[in-house]
Design a binder for this molecule. Sequence first.
Ligand code: NDP
Length: 329
Amino acid sequence: NREIHLASRPQGWPTADNFRLVETDVPTPGPGQVVVRNRYMSVDPYMRGRMNDVKSYVPPFALDAPLDGGAVGEVVAGGTEGLRPGDTVLHGLGWREYALLDAKAARKVDPDLAPVTAYLSVLGMTGLTAYAGLLDVAGMKPGETVFVSAAAGAVGSLVGQIARLRGAGRVVGSAGSAAKVERLRALGFDAAFDYHDGPVRDSLKAAAPDGVDVYFDNVGGDHLEAAISAMRVHGRAAICGMIAQYNDTEPPAAPRNLALVIGKRLTLRGFLVGDHGHLRGEFVREMAGWLRDGKVSYDETVVDGIENAPEAFLGLLRGENLGKMLVRV
Ligand code: NDP
C-alpha cells in the first residue's frame, strides 16, 4: 500500500518537498470495517488550508500521516450486511491505495448508473456546491445576470450551466486561458473572458454591460472587487472560495470597495456545502436528468498514479485542470 503523507507545512506555495510517498502494509479489517482499493481520488483547493496549522471548519492535516479527502474504490475485504467485497463505495480516505474504514463511513454507489468519477465530480460534492451556492445561497431567479469566477473549473463550469438551465438571463464566466474561455462558450456561457487580458473590472464591464445580479465567487481578490463594482442594487454574492489568496502570506489587497455594499444593499454570503446536505436528493434527481438529456457536460482532468497526487494538487492551484482534477490511484 502506497500513501502520501504531509512531510512539512507549506509556507506560501506548496512544493513537492512538503509531501512524502510512504509504503505500508495493506490493512486488515476488524469487525464492522472494510478495506477499499481506491480507484480515483479528488484533489481540492480547500486541502491547501488544511496544510496550515490553524483552527478552521475542518481540522488541519497531521504531519507524517496520510492526507485524506474524497475517493471512490472497491471493497476488497471485510464487510457488513449492506456492504460486501466487490461493492463500489464513496468515502473520505483518499491519498492512499488501500483505505481501512468503518463500513458506516462508506457510501455505496452504483457504477452502472454513472461513471464512478461522477460521484467525485458532477454528481458529488462538487456538483452540490454549485447547485446549493447558486440556487439556495444566492437565490438566483430567472432572467438574472450571473457572473462566476474560476468558471472552467469543477464547480464554476457547473454553476454556469445550472444558471442557464434555470433560466438566467445572461451567464458570464472568467478563467485563466484562451482555451478555457473557448470551452466556456461551448458550454453555453453568453460571455467569457481570460482574466489575464486586462483588469477584471474592465473585462467584466464589457461582458455584463447592464450589471450583475448574482456573483458566484471562487476566487476573491480582484474578482470580488470587480463583482462588487458591477453588481446591481440588491445583488447577491455566494462566497464559495477565494483561491487567489490560499497561498498568500500577506493579507489580500482587494476588495477595496466594500463600502459599495451599503448603497447598493448587496448581500455577500459565505457558505459550506456541508450545510446543504438536505438538497442532495433534489440535486441528484435534477442533475441526473440533465446528464441523461445531454444538457450538462462536465470535464475531468485525470492524473495517473498515487505518486503523482501532490503534483496533481499543485497543478490544480496553478490552473492546469479543465473541470474536476482527479487522480487515478
Ligand atoms: P477548480 O476546479 O475551480 O480549480 C481551481 C481553479 O482555480 C484552477 O483551475 C484555476 O483556474 C483557478 N485559479 C487558481 N488560482 C487563481 C487565481 N489566482 N485567480 C483566479 N483563478 C485562479 O476547483 P473547485 O471547483 O474544486 O473549487 C472552486 C472553488 O470553490 C475554490 O475556491 C474552492 O475552495 C471552493 N469550494 C468551496 C466549497 C464550499 O463548501 N464553500 C466546496 C468546494 C469548493 P484558472 O486557469 O481559471 O486560473
